[in-house]
Design a protein around this ligand. Sequence first.
Ligand code: B12
Length: 211
Amino acid sequence: MEKKYQHFISMLDKENKDDAILFIHDLLEKDMSIIDVYENFIIPSLADYECNSSKEEICIWKEHTRTSIIRTILESTYPYLIKARKQDSINKLIVLACPQEEYHEIGAIVSANYFYLMGYKVKYIGANTPNFEIKSALKILQPDYLALSITNYYNLIQTKKLLEEIVAENDNVKIILGGQAIKKHRDDIDITYHYILNSLDDIKRFRGEDK
Ligand code: B12
């Protein structure tokens, strides 16, 4: 696995989009599970990424390029998720978003796909989603859960305010939080939530307890 992963990373480092996409499709065709592909290739390829330039502007466009390759892989492998989805689906809806100013969305997309695999109905409504759009989705869709992905620490403060308003206005919706800012800083801020989930295991456990 490690050799294959290093090979994949070398293609990403060279920004060799076509080869990287074909490589992942080949793994899936040779019977690697979609979860193994997510856990051992897709997630670490971004989570462990370190820009080797000291210039910030170079790092940002390089991160965009890498993310764009990963996004194409996520979209183009979606049929494998459909095939792997658990048969015992659960009649509950999760609305998932990245709040205002939060542009990191791969974690949100991956977790949306994991909830889908576990049998939930999921609507991912986007990165950098303005507060009024999140509230509108809650009003119209009446989901069981609102899940937010927060990566950047600075976005915790405005999300705290948003969640206080949401909980005051909606009796039924339960709040799920995830993402690196939550993982690292949840004790630094008194933010409203019902569940904190940050990994596939967390989501599996949550599904097991959700009747
Ligand atoms: C790609 C990337 C970007 C891309 C994002 C593109 C996109 N469309 O998503 C771009 C170029 C836009 C970007 C911009 C910036 N970035 Co950036 N970025 C990254 C990078 C390299 C990877 C992030 C990623 O996709 N990881 C992979 C995913 C799969 O992992 P994940 O998000 O942790 O998600 C997992 C779990 O957390 C969990 N999860 C996540 N969300 C949720 C939600 C729920 C409900 C659940 C259940 C689970 C869950 O599930 C996932 C699977 O396990 C990281 C480096 C790193 N080490 O993470 C920096 C990083 C996150 N960025 C960082 C920074 C500083 C920035 C910028 C401020 C840079 C700048 N100067 O402009 C801007 C901020 C933009 C903004 N306002 O949001 C810092 C954050 C530090 C901090 N403040 O906390 C990091 C850590 C880099 C660093 N080492 O400094 N970035």
